[in-house]
Design a protein around this ligand. Structure first.
Ligand code: AGP
Length: 613
């Protein structure tokens, strides 16, 4: 979702900000723009389309300047167009602003401003906020800093804003509530970004700005204040991230690179945490609240999208191993209904980005009601990781492809470690079974590697054959039911083919009506307790002339005689299987998307980090 970049320092700002916007393209956007401070005037360029369209539009025009702010917009209020693109210029022409988030009371502010004679060039809530700030500045004859503070006290909603003022050279004003903002510190220069990727090439020292903080950024100083005008000491952190991690490294797409990284990222998720030989799990992240978890009345997992699917797997595994009641909630529903939450509940938030607006707000509400918050988050220093009482990072590294792949398997790995550790502490698992599962988990990176090595050509061929399907059904049972949901979500996102995931037995209660010779049905059918039952479900599809594509365990002699297409995965324990069976489904979606000629890394309408509700 909207990307924000800023620079002020001794270098030309334009190439830094443009390059930064390209680094943020993965977040999803539909227009881009930049505002430069040039001598004592502001110059704005903005365009619907991609950053390269903006560059093309700017062409030979002047881009000189040592301070600039840039934006990629993911439309919320008003269609993607040149005039709705950011930055916006205030009516006075003195301020330029970019905004990520949604101003919920913008309609009221807009009508107040219209009564005073303001006219708007865009349909955005952002232009309203900008003029609201400017109006306060002009009426009160105060500085911009003071005006921002007054304005933000009246604003409801979420925002990161960056402003420049034609009369204050080399100064960027920035504030946040609910949307992410990172400031990178260089030698006599500062970088601003929605995440650290635009500044990685220049600095490893960053400050994560918190809600209700206002930053005044100049080349040689970073002043941080709260909305009460009190100074705050910036907490400088060192980034543990290399530039190579956000580049394609020879792969055609980030998504493919990230799928192929999984043997490594799964191992990274348990590195230093799992000692399979000694049957030991060390997870310092849960130590502080282990007793709370063990005695929890309920564990409530709150997440969205793929992370929600990881939560479903965790529900099955934690209930099986720990005998603790687990509920899995869509964050967007949980935050708005009136859930019964008590101090005996532990809320587990799962999020790759750590910035998903619905998840974040759901946690804030639960925290207010006394629940303990535990985060399973990938992005270090993200908002969710900071509001949680405790948590474990998933250590998947930056995920750039919009479709979550390696972040999902890293989430599963950490959730399985948590389940195993709790089960051991609670005494609900025998030492033999504990050791067995530790060893199975430890063996997964090699097994994923084997799938990537042996199955890719087969999956490519299947993808080519089924790339024109109009719809696909994904079925699984037990631990593989969430995998079916995840497989269907991946296909929808990447190929724009309609897909549904269902528990296989539920098929008879409706979806079976869809089955004919044109409907490919993907079965996640690795060997487990339910295997015979899922084989019967396959027969039911075949009896109705449906096409069966099956992910099965090596050595399975029955399924290949029924299925039209077979993809093999190595044998593993059924609890651990979701880590393995999802990989062929990621590849299938990827290759179908590629064969359909689509931009798999940046599917239409999607945003990597959904920072608005
Ligand atoms: C996954 O492929 C999606 N793009 C999406 O469903 C994602 O998982 C969801 O938006 C949640 O994001 P988060 O993990 O960053 O909170």
């Amino acid at each position: 979702m909207c990307g924000i970049v800023g620079y002020t320092g001794k270098r030309q700002a334009y190439p830094i900000v443009i390059d930064g916007l390209k680094k943020l393209e993965y977040r999803g956007y539909d227009s881009a723009g930049i505002a430069l401070q040039q001598d004592d005037q502001l110059t704005l360029y903005k365009k619907a389309g991609k950053v390269k369209d903006l560059e093309h539009f700017i062409g030979e025009r002047s881009t000189d300047g040592l301070t600039a702010i840039g934006h990629t917009r993911w439309a919320t209020h008003g269609e993607p167009s040149d005039h709705n693109a950011h930055p916006h210029l205030s009516q006075s022409g003195q301020l330029a602003m970019i905004h990520n988030g949604i101003i919920e009371n913008y309609a009221q502010l807009k009508s107040e401003l219209e009564k005073e004679g303001y006219r708007f060039k865009s349909e955005t809530d952002s232009e309203v906020l900008l003029n609201f700030i400017d109006d306060i500045r002009l009426k009160n004859q105060c500085g911009l800093e003071e005006a921002i503070r007054i304005a933000l006290k009246r604003v409801t909603g979420a925002y990161v804003i960056l402003l420049i003022d034609e009369s204050q050279p080399q100064t960027i004003f920035a504030a946040r509530k609910g949307s992410p903002l990172v400031i990178g510190i260089g030698a006599d220069e500062h970088f601003l970004g929605s995440d650290a990727s635009p500044m990685l090439a220049y600095t490893k020292e960053v400050v994560y700005i918190n809600d209700y903080e206002l930053a005044i950024v100049r080349p040689d100083e970073l002043v941080l204040k709260n909305l009460g005008n009190e100074r705050i000491t910036p907490y400088v952190q060192k980034l543990d991230l290399e530039l190579a991690a956000i580049e394609k490294g020879g792969y055609d797409h980030f998504m493919l690179k990230e799928i192929f990284e999984q043997p490594l990222t799964i191992a990274d998720s348990f590195r230093g945490r799992l000692d399979a030989a000694e049957a030991r799990i060390v997870l310092s992240g849960i130590d502080a609240i282990e007793e709370k978890l063990l005695n929890a009345r309920r564990i409530i997992i709150v997440a969205c999208g793929t992370s929600w699917h990881a939560g479903l797997v965790a529900e099955y595994v934690i209930e099986e191993l720990c005998r603790i009641n687990v509920e899995v909630e869509y964050a967007s529903e949980f935050r708005y209904r009136n859930p019964v939450i008590s101090s005996d509940d532990v809320i587990v938030a799962i999020s790759q980005s750590g910035e998903t607006a619905d998840t974040l707000v759901a946690l804030e509400r639960a925290k207010e009601q006394g629940a303990t918050i535990f985060g399973v988050v990938n992005v270090v220093g993200s908002s969710i990781s900071r509001i949680a009482h405790a948590g474990c990072y998933t250590h998947a590294g930056p995920e750039i492809g919009v479709a979550s792949t390696k972040a999902y398997t890293a989430q599963l790995t950490v959730l399985m470690l948590i389940a195993l550790k709790l089960a051991k502490a609670k005494g609900t698992i025998t030492p033999e079974r504990f050791k067995e599962l530790c060893q199975e988990l430890d063996a997964i990176p090699n097994k994923v590697q084997q799938v990537l090595k042996d199955q890719v050509e087969r999956i490519k061929a299947i993808a080519e054959k089924y790339k024109d399907a109009r719809s696909m059904l994904y079925l699984g049972r037990g631990y593989n039911f969430p995998t079916a949901l995840e497989g269907a979500l991946k296909l929808k996102e990447i190929s724009y083919i309609h897909a549904e995931g269902y528990p296989a037995a539920e098929m008879k209660h409706g979806p079976i009506a869809l089955v004919d010779e044109d409907l490919p049905v993907v079965f996640v059918a690795s060997r487990d307790t339910y295997h015979e039952k899922i084989v019967s479900n396959m027969q039911e599809i075949k009896a109705r002339k449906g096409k069966v594509l099956a992910v099965v365990t090596e050595g399975d002699e029955i399924t290949p005689n029924i299925a039209d297409e077979v993809i093999w995965v190595p044998q593993t324990d059924e609890l651990i299987a979701p880590l393995l069976t999802v990989v062929p489904l990621q590849l299938l979606s990827y290759y179908i998307g590629v064969y359909r000629g689509l931009d798999v890394d940046r599917p239409r309408n999607l945003a990597k980090s959904v920072t608005v509700e």
